[in-house]
Design a protein around this ligand. Structure first.
Ligand code: KIV
Length: 277
């Protein structure tokens, strides 16, 4: 990153929003073009999610996404949204091996990628240690628990979490521990609405839900899902546009006009020859 980036907000802004009862709106973005649109909208902050592995790169899950992928896409999003608060996802195995590697990878997302904060999945003791190590590098951390996609091999698929009393209280305890460790925000994914409400009421930091019901402090969605620009859309998503259709219709019209010699017409012709020269 060469240019100086002046962010509109710091991580404290979102805690203030929660204390004022203002709902927080977050979406993912993965490239320059979409980030430009997001920054122009009323969205409060952007997540460069490792969901990019699925919705942009076409992988079956998020496990193949690398730190290089995340840096590459985070720099593009930063170029498109120079004034937005951007969280960048730490991909699978970038914070699992040891604390030194964890700190280096988090710092890469900030220094090379231009993110304002990082996000990592899980609430176990080792995740708390990873978060402390990253905070020690002065990097704000967003936690993420519930149906964490990097754990699908353990969960046996994309299954709602926190349904049994034991799982419910384990997630509640993890949420408290994550706040105590210093996370500035918690993404809560794929849990019963009652648990979302309980965690949001218990914590002072904002709880951003995705498939976590109505009573959390804000919502996050994968942008391709909400825009109808995606092949597999989870049940909890509301689709606000039909980009797939808009794109295919436009492409078909373009093809028809080329074949019928309607495009290009005189308005689309570059550099008319100056007859006098
Ligand atoms: O990777 C991602 O997009 C995410 C959101 C779904 C929360 O982690």
């Amino acid at each position: 990153m060469n240019e100086t980036v002046i962010n509109k907000y710091t991580s404290n802004h979102f805690k203030k929003m929660k204390s004022e009862g203002k709902k927080i709106c977050m979406v993912t973005a993965y490239d320059y073009a979409m980030a430009r649109c997001v920054q122009t909208s009323d969205i409060d902050l952007i997540l460069v999610g490792d969901s990019l592995g699925m919705v942009v790169l076409g992988y079956e899950n998020t496990l193949s996404v690398t730190i290089e992928d995340m840096i590459h896409h985070t720099t593009a999003v930063r170029r498109g949204a120079p004034n937005s608060f951007i969280i960048s996802d730490m991909p699978y195995m970038s914070y699992h091996l040891n604390l030194e590697q964890t700190k280096i990878n988090a710092a890469k997302l900030i220094v090379e990628g231009g993110a304002d904060a990082v996000k990592l999945e899980g609430g176990s003791e080792s995740r708390l240690a990873a978060i402390s190590a990253i905070l020690d590098c002065q990097i704000p951390v967003c936690a993420h628990i519930g149906l964490t996609p990097q754990s699908i091999r353990i969960f046996g698929g994309y299954k709602v979490q926190g349904k049994t009393p034991q799982a419910y209280s384990r997630l509640l305890k993890q949420a408290v521990a994550l706040e105590e460790t210093g996370a500035f925000m918690l993404v809560l994914e794929g849990v019963p609405e009652a648990l979302g409400k309980d965690i949001a009421n218990t914590l002072n930091i904002p709880v951003i839900g995705i498939g976590a019901g109505r009573f959390v402090d804000g919502q996050v969605l994968v942008i391709n899902d909400l825009l109808g620009y995606s092949d597999i859309v989870p049940k909890f998503v509301k689709i606000y546009a039909s980009l797939d259709k808009v794109i295919v219709d436009a492409l078909n019209q373009y093809c028809a006009e080329v074949r019928e010699k309607v495009f290009p017409d005189e308005n689309n012709v570059y550099y008319p020859i100056n007859k006098e020269e």
